[in-house]
Design a protein around this ligand. Sequence first.
Ligand code: TXE
Length: 502
Amino acid sequence: MDEECCDSGCKPCVLDPEDGDIPDLLNYISGEFLPARCEEWLNDLSPATGMRIARVPKSNVDDVNSAVAAARKALPEWSSLSHAQRADWLDKIANALEERCEEVAQLESLDTGKPISLARNVDAARSVTNFRFFAEEVRNFTAETFDMENATNHVVYKPVGVAGLITPWNLPLYLLSWKVAPALAMGNTVVAKPSEMTPMTASLLAEIIDDVGLPSGVFNLVHGHGEETGAALTSHSGVDLISFTGGTATGAKVASSAASSFKKLSLELGGKNATIVCADADMEKTVAGVVRAGFLNQGQVCLCGSRILIEESIYDDFVSRFLTAVEAMKIGDPADPETDLGALISADHLDKVSGYISLAEEEGGVILTGGITPEGIPKQFENGNWLSPTVIDGLSPNSRCATEEIFGPVVSIHAFSDEIEAIEIANATQYGLAGSVWTADLDKGKRIAQEIDTGMVWVNTWLHRDLRVPFGGVKHSGVGREGGRWSLSFYSHAVNICIHND
Ligand code: TXE
């Protein structure tokens, strides 16, 4: 094996001497598959093995300019279609995607290091559903009218224009399709910029869109680094709207870049979500739910419950059952259908997460389980980014590890004495995305849920999604809401036309 300095990070990547036939992914601009104009490439690495699995165009401002020009050119015709016509296009994409569902799952698991079962049941399935759901939403979309004594107000929803869609690496096609579908449904044209770490399924989507014959320029895809390609998109004067999902620090840069040209903006950022376990909760169901909330996708979901608050009277009993369940999870080969936990996204990210575990020890935390490279990882994975699921006790709820986003398979556990203290701890972070409450008393569950400063709270469940409901955060977790009619409203301008009756 040779070592080479990757463009996609400062870590050396491992090159398989037999990787000569790795795919070169391409941009998709105005209906053509193209390399970056500068003909430079980034390496896409497998999180599980560290091997290079693809090359990605290192696009720059020239490629972004071409993509935006293509999207602007396609806008008048696309935006003149009816809702029903655009819904038909979304259904065609959904059907074609569904036919290649297994391929989506395989690519997503390879590119992200997540277990194949998760890629099949969540990523691939939801990507199809997103297109189908928004096809139906826009078909049934009715604009409001408001009658006055001598006039009628007609609200008309116009497309915003060219939508720049920037997505992260944790749920690549799931999140991209969550933005592309409503953006197209409302008559916008799109320039998508997926994460440079997980470009594969975005390229597959471009292939599918090309196959179904969507008019050229309606959907464009530009691969590349965030600082170069992403920043060129957010600052582009020909882009009218930015929807961004990613880290809070990047979100701040995106917001300031988009602000000078007053782009419509939606930011879905990080989270540090509390899971509140009350003494009256059903122990068996709660343990299973709290493990899932803490560790799904190796804890790399913005909604993950990484701060577990447990009522004092059941603390010892709950923790003992919780540890047993955490230690029973199967970590290893992402391609094995029995695997529960795969690899972390990158060597840099593993360093970040491991750094937090060291910090936790400095802050007085005690590692109850995990915190190490899992034992028995097969040889082919020895250069991958592996970490065993980690549970930390003894931290102050105000410590950095208990309040900052770690975004890995790491949770901290804390005791609380009553509802008021649980709410106080839950709110003691700059984030405000989600949370969950586990209790047999549904009135209490609802009461606590209303006091948590987040955009979403689940009671006795987690990540139980109805696509019609608003999705988004408060505080440093984001700005704006997407989902159902909130998406249709974000991806359009509401214009009022008042007609006098006399
Ligand atoms: O994401 P970034 P990173 C959190 C998590 C993680 C941290 C950093 O805590 O550790 O963010 O992750 C593009 N202008 N989340 O650095 O940088 C980038 O190319 C325009 C939470 O990997 O936010 C990618 O397409 N775009 C999160 C996208 O932004 C830029 C999911 C996200 O990358 C850009 C992922 C710029 N200046 C990480 N810089 C969630 N909310 O679910 C980067 N990008």
